[in-house]
Design a protein around this ligand. Structure first.
Ligand SMILES: C[S@@+](CC[C@H](N)C(=O)[O-])C[C@H]1O[C@@H](n2cnc3c(N)ncnc32)[C@H](O)[C@@H]1O
Length: 220
């Protein structure tokens, strides 16, 4: 018998199905940020590193008419495509296997890169750990070439790595500036997942201080 795990996503008022080995969106707060940020356009959006497709589906449900969702993991693409069909957004959202950005430019580009700069040991780890913050810095450096002139990049990132001493805020702000970007607004939220209040978790102190942010970025 095949196990079918489903995960209820408040922002979708619906369930998604994370396939085995695909990043499980157990934390709702970052999805809520994408559901709440002001949309710069409803014509086209890219979701870079889509995983289950959850953020692309939120954008499609918010009325974005075409969403191109990418991932470099074939199982994530199969998972996202299945979720788009199940959620009835397959006419708006398309899952594409590629490294980072799809061709062309968009007025909105979303990315939730892995939050912890450490070495992955499995394909699922690839969604959580990003050695040297490679995907994060690639997203920032390559974003200006994929944004339409007045377009916005939405970077979704927790500051857990900063609390663990693995990356500094200065590193992030310098990377944003050096990529030719500036911050229009930062929307912050505190994690509400169970580990954030688990005193036995060895990362309790860092998790208590953790803030998850959606950085609205534009070209300078
Ligand atoms: C933290 S998960 C986020 C998944 C999903 N967007 C979400 O918010 O739940 C990061 C995703 O980026 C994907 N990824 C990592 N490197 C990538 C690359 N170079 N190009 C495209 N996707 C990549 C991973 O496979 C993973 O699905």
């Amino acid at each position: 018998m095949r196990l079918r795990i489903r995960c209820y996503v408040d922002a979708l008022q619906d369930r998604i199905h994370p396939h085995y080995g695909t990043f499980f969106p157990a934390r709702s707060e970052y999805v809520d940020l994408v559901a709440a940020a002001p949309l710069p356009s409803d014509t086209l959006a890219f979701d870079v590193g889509t995983g289950t497709g959850v953020l692309a589906a939120v954008l499609a449900r918010r009325g974005v008419r075409r969403v191109v969702a990418t991932d470099n993991e074939p199982r994530a693409i199969a998972c996202a495509a299945e979720n788009f069909r199940n959620l009835g957004v397959e006419d708006r959202a398309e899952a594409v296997l590629t490294d980072m950005f799809p061709p062309g430019r968009a007025p909105l580009i979303v990315c939730n890169p892995p939050w912890i700069p450490a070495t992955p040991h499995s394909s699922l780890d690839n969604a959580v750990y990003d050695p040297g913050s490679r995907m994060l810095f690639r997203f920032l450096n390559e974003l200006p070439d994929h944004l339409e002139p007045d377009g916005e990049g939405w970077l979704v990132l927790s500051d857990l790595a900063e609390h663990l001493g693995l990356r500094t805020r200065e590193d992030l702000l310098t990377a944003i500036t050096e990529a030719g970007l500036k911050v229009v607004e930062r929307l912050d939220t505190k994690p509400t997942h169970p580990k954030a209040s688990d005193r036995d978790d060895p990362l309790f102190e860092a998790r208590t201080a953790e803030v998850t942010s959606l950085w609205r970025l534009v070209r300078r």
